[in-house]
Design a binder for this molecule. Sequence first.
Ligand code: ADP
Length: 271
Amino acid sequence: EGRWFAVRVAPLGTHGLVLVLAEDLTEMRRVEAIRRDFVANVSHELKTPVGALALLAETVAGAADDPDAVRRFTGRMQHESVRLTNLVQDLMTLSRVQGDEPLDALRRVAVDDIIAEAVDRCQIKAEAKDIELVCGGLSGLRVRGDEELLTTALRNLIDNAVAYSPEHTKVAIGTRQADPDHVEVTVTDQGIGIPEVELERIFERFYRVDPARSRQTGGTGLGLAIVKHVTTKHGGEVVVWSKEGSGSTFTLRLPLLRGDGHSTQPPTAPR
Ligand code: ADP
């Protein structure tokens, strides 16, 4: 398409137009390169558990007369299947939120419900590390959005907070009204933190500060990309503060739904 455009523009001899075209092609190449990288990454991420499953199946078949071995290897097969399922699930969620189309069927959603549901889904992993999930702050706030996607975003943040924290620590989930128009939900951990140079990259798909550690915790590498796109789709933003060795705070900032009788602001309050 770009080349066809060039043939049409060239006879006009307008330098300006040629320049615009050159920029356009650069952008197209950039987008194409990102797309190719993503497909390569997805293929690689899928290949790992699929390869492991094939190998494990072969091993189980060869160990049929050793019940202990069969139990051990089928356990690992289950583990790899879960990993594969999580990856496919995250890819589906990401493809839903990273496009340009607006989300449909947005509803009035209670922030308290999102937090309760997200905390509930992380509770087992937290208990396994004796990490206490502590909720606090304002209640009764509402936003307009997709409840499932917002819950997924918050769950990803709490999951990470638990995954990248040592045992016997705390993860705090706080809600506050940042200004008349915004609610902020923060997730604060006492974990390993993120080096400053990595902060701007962690929201990229499949970017991990420590790939080995991420795989070990069962991460797909897509969690924060999902958080970023879900928040943006809701007209909000996600902000991170972190100090290596002492912990991180991720803040989801979302437009507050007003005038539904549940706002903490009086209806006549000046804006
Ligand atoms: P993953 O599945 O690897 O956790 P994410 O997209 O959720 O993928 O996060 C990207 C990377 O950001 C992680 O691999 C990890 O290095 C870093 N990270 C995310 N959350 C935290 C946190 N709370 N504390 C420390 N590092 C974190």
